[in-house]
Ligand binder design. Structure first.
Ligand code: MV4
Length: 498
């Protein structure tokens, strides 16, 4: 087993990995930027090293510095968390060249899944259903429009090097295609330094369902069931749950075995996630594979009882999976809420500042994974995720009920956050009935409803404030004239009630 792990990340996920190290008796080494000198992850780790200035490019994304630090402090392995270097094949190669173990899949698996067209081709070869469309980048405009006409509109133009919603464009007719083709190409080139784009049939109002898979370096594979991740706003997930109440046993069997096939197809080891779109008829299509630990991994941990981060470390150290597929089953229901530093009343603009109060909720079936504590600074330099609140119960209703209680118990002051918005979702009857897809937030008009509610609430508050001010002014006015002491000095004249 490893003696020391360097954690190349920050915030809640760095804290999560530190805790796994602690349980395994492994020394945890954190890195922190100048903006994170006073941070939970740096203070909880056994060792912590200043890596550079606040901007990520000079700290958490400084590849050379991270690898040379790992060598210097004799770390046996590096855990990348999510984001940053977690899906960077070049980083994996350099870490391995330095004689350090990367806690994740091989560079080859990361690269294979990094190209969306190559991944689609591979999936097709291994009988994993893909969205109808091309498995090669489109060569030119003529090739593109011909293909789009064959597939039938609407179609989606996607960047081969993209993912997570970046570099996508919906096209509803051949007329639209002309402009969109070059624009998408330009955007792809700018964002990914690669202008290859491909075409998919546009799936209307799908659900976003992903399957957690895990594999060791000895050829053992297992899935840890699915997560329902449809509740999102502009590609930012807000609420995830496991299992999906939309799946029947038969569909679950099909989608999880498709996910295992996907993992086998790219020679995968460690934890990974296969993303699918699912339509009303329960047809599912491979979207992409995330070759990392995901933000929402806790819901899977709570329904299976498996510690994914510990398992990742075991696998990286060469151990076999600590369980077999037959040994795991779904127990109860888990839901995760992402607590973001953002202002739902103001277009969800990222919020920043010092957390005056940050008191996590607790109680039966409640887990809080936070990267911060009272006194922490929330910086504009990084991801706005402050904490994840995860509830578990025997059934979905119970998990929702515990979540609502925990959200109301969470005390945050100093930094604006999305808790009131989350409560709007949990109290929505369609959400409660499991009747939603990836367009839920928009279709329910929740953003506007919330902002309107706030506007009317603000208007009411303004009216109350105005009334109070008027009363104060009335009371103040006579006082300033009449309240005189017996020695004749008007001691109130200094006070102004304007
Ligand atoms: C799609 C789609 C509909 N049809 N592909 C967005 C993120 C990226 N991973 C793929 N995405 C989508 N691809 C086809 N052919 C709709 C989306 C999509 C989406 C997918 C998952 C979760 C949230 C989403 C929000 C908007 C669009």
């Amino acid at each position: 087993m490893f003696r020391k792990i360097l954690i190349a990340n920050r915030g809640e996920i760095a804290v999560r990995i530190i805790r796994a190290c602690r349980e395994l008796g492994i020394t945890s080494a954190a890195i922190f930027s100048e903006a994170d000198k006073i941070s939970l992850h740096a203070s909880l780790a056994d060792e912590a090293y200043l890596i550079g200035p606040a901007p990520s490019s000079e700290s958490y994304l400084n590849k050379d510095k991270i690898i040379s630090l790992a060598k210097e402090i004799k770390a046996d392995a590096i855990h990348p968390g999510y984001g940053y270097f977690s899906e960077n094949a070049g980083f994996v190669e350099e870490v391995e060249k330095a004689g350090i173990v990367f806690i994740g899949p091989s560079a080859d698996s990361v690269r294979k899944m990094g190209s969306k067209t190559a991944a689609r081709k591979l999936m097709k070869q291994h009988n994993v259903p893909i969205v109808p469309g091309t498995t090669e980048p489109i060569k030119n405009f003529e090739d593109g429009i011909k293909t789009a006409n064959e597939i039938g509109y609407p179609v989606l133009l996607k960047a081969s090097a993209g993912g997570g919603g970046k570099g996508m464009r919906k096209i509803s007719s051949a007329i639209e295609f002309a402009d969109a083709f070059e624009a998408t190409q330009r955007e792809a080139k700018k964002a990914f330094a690669d202008d290859s784009i491909y075409i998919e049939k546009f799936i209307e109002n799908p659900k976003h369902i992903e399957v957690q898979i895990i594999a060791d370096k000895h050829g053992n594979f297992a899935h840890l069931f699915e997560r329902e991740c449809s509740i999102q706003r502009r590609h930012q997930k807000i609420i995830e749950e496991a299992p999906s109440s939309f799946l029947d046993d038969e569909t679950r069997k099909k989608i999880t075995s498709a996910a295992i096939n996907a993992a086998k197809a790219c020679g995968y080891f460690n934890a990974g996630t296969v993303e699918f779109l699912m339509d009303r008829e329960k047809n599912f299509y491979f979207l992409e594979m995330n070759t990392r630990l995901q933000v929402e991994h806790p819901v899977t941990e709570l329904i299976t009882g498996i510690d994914l981060v510990k398992e990742q470390i075991y696998i990286a150290s060469g151990r076999e999976l600590s369980f077999s597929q037959e040994e795991i089953s779904i127990k109860g229901h888990a839901i995760e809420s992402r607590i973001y530093a953002e202002d739902p009343e103001n277009n969800f603009l990222p919020a920043a500042g010092k957390l005056i109060e940050f008191d996590l909720p607790a109680g039966p079936g409640i887990r809080a994974d936070a990267g911060f504590s009272s006194g922490s600074d929330i910086s504009v330099y990084y991801d706005p995720l402050m904490a994840k609140l995860i509830s578990w119960s025997q059934d979905r209703r119970g998990a929702i009920s515990r979540m609502i209680g925990a959200l109301k118990e969470f005390r945050i002051s100093g930094v604006t956050n999305n808790i009131p918005f989350l409560l709007e979702v949990f109290e929505n009857s369609k959400f409660i009935n499991g009747d939603f897809d990836i367009n839920f937030i928009e279709k329910e008009g929740l953003v506007n409803k919330f902002q309107n509610d706030q506007t009317s609430r603000n208007k009411e508050l303004d009216e109350v404030a105005a009334a109070v001010a008027a009363i104060l002014k009335q009371q103040a006015a006579p006082q300033s004239i009449t309240a005189k002491t017996t020695n004749g000095l008007n001691k109130w004249t200094e006070l102004e009630y304007e």
